[in-house]
Design a protein around this ligand. Sequence first.
Ligand code: ATP
Length: 296
Amino acid sequence: EDFISLNIFCAPCMKTRAWAKLNLTLDVLGKREDGYHDLCMVMQSVTLHDTLTLTPNEGQGLRVKTNLRFLPTGEKNLAAAAALRFWEALGREPEHLDIEIQKRIPVCAGMAGGSSDAAAVLRALNELAGSPFTPTELAKVGEKVGSDVPYCVLGGTALAEGRGEVLTPLPALPPCWVVACKPDFPISTPELFARIDSCKIRCRPDTAGMLEALKAGSLEEVARRMYNVFEDVLPERYQARVAEIKHVLIQKGALGANMSGTGPTAFGLFDSEEAAREAQAALQEGYRDTFLCRSV
Ligand code: ATP
């Protein structure tokens, strides 16, 4: 169920889910004149999700509350930024709304947690307003909040180009189990982009091959072609730890393993639930943020 609409005390409140994304591939094509990079990525959403509850309040403005104390509560929260952009696009005054977010997607993990919260708010507000925007129009509204938001609005399996906002839907990833594991060290996304500018990218994902594999519906071929150029420019000590997680995933039967976004989360694709559960159990001993999920 995508949306669950509830009526509590006649105040319309809505609960919705924000799915995490993973990168099946990530390539950096070059730096643009506007300072951004041209990217080419195959994205996949998974069942790991945050839960958002939207409730109108009595004249207290727009408020965001989350279960993580270090996250911004005001307009700096991407969920609030999305709500403001939505009302702006509709030509309406901001409403009095409480957004409560139960975070499960780890923060700064390469899984687009913040962007997916923003996207969930856009979808929910659009539904509450009687769907004035098509999904494509809504994705366009999301572009102003962040480059990953348009993808998160549409979800599923997609090719993302440009800054990430130029989207082409792809054949769905064959059903599989996913184990995602976020090690405990912080990755600086700007620093990684700077490193990739100064390094020669020696290996790139075979994106065309990945699209073929998706078209053929072959999980094995998809898993074999996963690749992320950022893994090669991680500081050495971190590179070794991501490699170690991937090694455990493969050892436990993953058909392939990859780092997502600018990391540090690594994940594996499994065709066997049992193998996926074993991988989860093995990684959970060392890493609290280990998740077993499925593709959406
Ligand atoms: P991406 O994969 O798009 O690079 P990420 O996983 O690296 O994303 P996020 O967890 O989406 O990173 O966002 C991290 C930053 O965004 C943090 O600095 C955090 O304070 C801020 N932020 C704002 N709103 C949110 C939100 N709703 N959830 C998580 N982070 C948020």
